[in-house]
Design a protein around this ligand. Structure first.
Ligand code: E4P
Length: 215
């Protein structure tokens, strides 16, 4: 499973990249607004560390999405144009596919939406599992259902698990065989840690010290 960071913070991207585990980054307008930095500069900086950086269009009509997406795609080859799952968005995805511009269809909440996005030529789709959990629906069930459908066909579109809230979402995404999981930094930060690893390292070092003193 590819690991993406769900952030607009360049320092977090740099750190994850330095661990050798980062396959990409997803940004969205809310994350960009939270950091308060220039959108283009942020995305271009991230492209130094990841070969796959989603930059979201804010237009809601086809012409506007087309204009923004064409501009983003010119900025850097690592940019993936992120498009919302609307009928105008589908038109835009199909247009970008015809121009060989990679797309990430965001705000996917159902299997029919996933199928249409794949047929329109999306490079990846982002089902938002945490937001489904938030309203009392099982987000992971949506991933499982989409992957069941994918097993019947030859869709090239990758399933990117988004709106992740905790490490078990990452585990379940991998167990189901999702292609990608995008992870907020606070969750990513928990993944390498285990108290038994920490106490194990401490004990090994203490034993080593004791043995060295005996010599
Ligand atoms: C995905 O690309 C989105 O940026 C993201 O996962 C949104 O998740 P949220 O529900 O935490 O805002």
């Amino acid at each position: 499973m590819k690991i993406f960071l769900d952030t607009a913070n360049v320092e977090q991207v740099k750190l994850a990249a330095s661990l050798g585990v980062l396959d990409g980054v997803t940004t969205n307008p809310s994350l960009i607004a939270k950091e308060g930095k220039d959108f283009k500069k942020t995305v271009l900086e991230m492209c130094k560390y990841a070969s796959n950086v989603s930059a979201q269009v804010t237009a809601t009509d086809f012409e506007g999405m087309k204009k923004q997406g064409l501009e983003y795609a010119k900025w850097h080859k690592n940019i993936v144009v992120k498009v919302p799952m609307t009928t105008e968005g589908l038109k835009a995805v199909s247009f970008f596919a015809s121009k060989k511009i990679r797309t990430n269809v965001t705000l996917v909440f159902s299997v029919p939406q996933a199928i249409l996005a794949a047929k329109a030529g999306a490079t990846m789709i982002s089902p938002f599992i945490g937001r489904l959990d938030d309203i009392g629906q099982d987000g992971m069930q949506l991933i499982s259902d989409i992957l069941d459908v994918w097993a019947n066909y030859d869709f090239k579109t990758e399933v990117l698990v988004a709106s992740v809230r905790h490490p078990m979402h990452v585990v379940e995404a991998a167990r189901l065989g999702a292609h990608i999981c995008t992870i907020p930094f606070d969750v990513f930060d928990k993944l390498p840690k285990h108290p038994l690893t920490d106490s194990g390292v401490k004990k090994f070092n203490e034993d080593w010290e004791k043995a060295s003193k005996k010599k």
